[in-house]
Design a protein around this ligand. Sequence first.
Ligand SMILES: NC(=O)c1ccc[n+]([C@@H]2O[C@H](COP(=O)([O-])OP(=O)(O)OC[C@H]3O[C@@H](n4cnc5c(N)ncnc54)[C@H](O)[C@@H]3O)[C@@H](O)[C@H]2O)c1
Length: 248
Amino acid sequence: MARFDGTVALISGGARGMGASHARGLVAEGAEVVVGDVLDDDGRAVAEQLGDAAHYVHLDVTSEADWQGAVKAAESQFGPVNLLVNNAGIVMYGPITDMDPDDFRRVIDINLTGTFLGMHYTVPSMRRAGGGVIINISSTAGIMGYATIGAYTASKWGVRGMTKTAAMELGRDGIRVMSIHPGPIRTPMTDDLGDAVAGGQPIPRMGEPEEVTKLLLFMAADATYSTGSEWVIDGGALLGPIIDLPTE
Ligand SMILES: NC(=O)c1ccc[n+]([C@@H]2O[C@H](COP(=O)([O-])OP(=O)(O)OC[C@H]3O[C@@H](n4cnc5c(N)ncnc54)[C@H](O)[C@@H]3O)[C@@H](O)[C@H]2O)c1
């Protein structure tokens, strides 16, 4: 029996990057997966590659109707959802003094409100499933500050905090809720950053989506006594800069 036999997963932002990697990793280990995104062509292509165990739905995470539709599609295609990955996210750059307030609201709407809506509309299905796991994708920007991405940082601190509330509210329903905090990972989101962004880390390279997927699979399947917890996967970025001190 495969590790994820009987798992029905719903992944937001699954059309590319880390979300697509999670979909591939879960299906490879026996899960049935609904991929949701606003990039319909890319999302459909991911689902088609994965065959009968995957299904694509148009899911704008800011839309309550889309979330309701995604959960309904998952239930009719595969059954109640017992794994939710709130992965959809965007980043916008600009100092607080310069950022257009509408851009700030947009980042919060997708990254934070989208995660709230995902939990809000999926938990009833998870209760029908008899329990499950929710994994919210935060960031190292949910643990430390970064200049020029104030909206993103606010949203990811929010995701980290809300994860703890959800874990407290849902533990008695057999639902574990955790956050993942990636450092720089090589995806379309980081295309224009380049490897230099990771050069000062103890592991001086960008991470690959599949490395995050391996962690996510462990959290979902094996970390059965963990909830409300923060899982950092960042090449050591959060340790801070390496300062050259005398060696003797
Ligand atoms: N790449 C990194 O270095 C990094 C680091 C830390 C955290 N993250 C987080 O990981 C998650 C995945 O990011 P990624 O690096 O794979 O980026 P990505 O841009 O490749 O993928 C993000 C996906 O989210 C989708 N999306 C955007 N807005 C949406 C909306 N309104 N509704 C539904 N889907 C929407 C995009 O279409 C895309 O498919 C994000 O939450 C991101 O903030 C990324």
